[in-house]
Design a protein around this ligand. Structure first.
Ligand SMILES: [Fe+2]
Ligand SMILES: [Fe+2]
Length: 166
C-alpha cells in the first residue's frame, strides 16, 4: 500500500468534501441530518488538521524553506477553521446561526483545499520526491492513531488558545 503523503491527504480531502456536499444537499429543516454531518466534519477536520499541523507542515517548512510563506498561510487558514469548528461543536443544529456558520466553514475549507491541491501539493511533490513523501505519509499514519477527534480534547484546544493569546 502506498503511504505517499499527498495521496493520503487527498483521500482525507475527498471525505471532507463528501460531508460538505451532503450538508449542502440536506433540506433547511433536516436538523438531525445536518447535525450528524457537522459532527462528521468536525471529526474529519480535527484529525486532518492535526496531521497537517504536526507532521506535514513542519517537515515541509524544514526541507523546503522556499515554501515557508505557503505554510504560514496554511496555519492561518486552519486557525480560522478551528475557531468555527469550536463554535459549531457547542451549537445545536436548530440554532439560527448553525447553517450560516457551517456554510462559512465549508467556503473557507473548500478554498484552502483548492489551494493545497492545485498549487501547493505540486510544488511539494517536486521538491520532496517519492521516497520522502512515503516516509512522511508513514509518519502521518502513525500520528493519526493518537490524533484528537474533537476540538474539546486538550491538544486541539490548546493550539487554538495558543494561537489566540500568543
Ligand atoms: Fe491544510
Ligand atoms: Fe489539507
Amino acid at each position: 500500500m502506498s503511504t505517499d503523503a499527498i495521496v493520503l491527504l487527498k483521500n482525507d480531502h475527498k471525505a471532507i468534501r463528501r460531508a460538505f456536499r451532503d450538508f449542502q444537499k440536506a433540506g433547511d429543516e433536516a436538523h438531525a441530518t445536518k447535525g450528524k454531518l457537522v459532527d462528521k466534519m468536525i471529526e474529519l477536520l480535527t484529525v486532518h488538521t492535526y496531521v497537517e499541523n504536526e507532521v506535514m507542515y513542519p517537515r515541509v517548512r524544514e526541507l523546503l524553506p522556499e515554501l515557508e510563506d505557503d505554510v504560514l498561510e496554511s496555519y492561518e487558514e486552519h486557525h480560522v477553521a478551528d475557531v468555527l469548528i469550536m463554535e459549531l461543536s457547542v451549537m445545536k443544529p436548530d440554532d439560527e446561526r448553525f447553517t450560516a456558520k457551517t456554510t462559512v466553514l465549508i467556503e473557507n475549507v473548500d478554498h484552502h483545499i483548492d489551494e493545497e491541491e492545485q498549487e501547493w501539493f505540486p510544488k511539494v511533490r517536486e521538491g520532496l520526491g517519492r521516497k520522502t513523501l512515503q516516509d512522511l505519509g508513514a509518519a502521518m499514519i502513525e500520528a493519526k492513531k493518537t490524533a484528537p477527534t474533537r476540538p474539546s480534547q486538550p491538544s486541539a484546544l490548546k493550539k487554538t488558545i495558543d494561537a489566540v493569546v500568543s
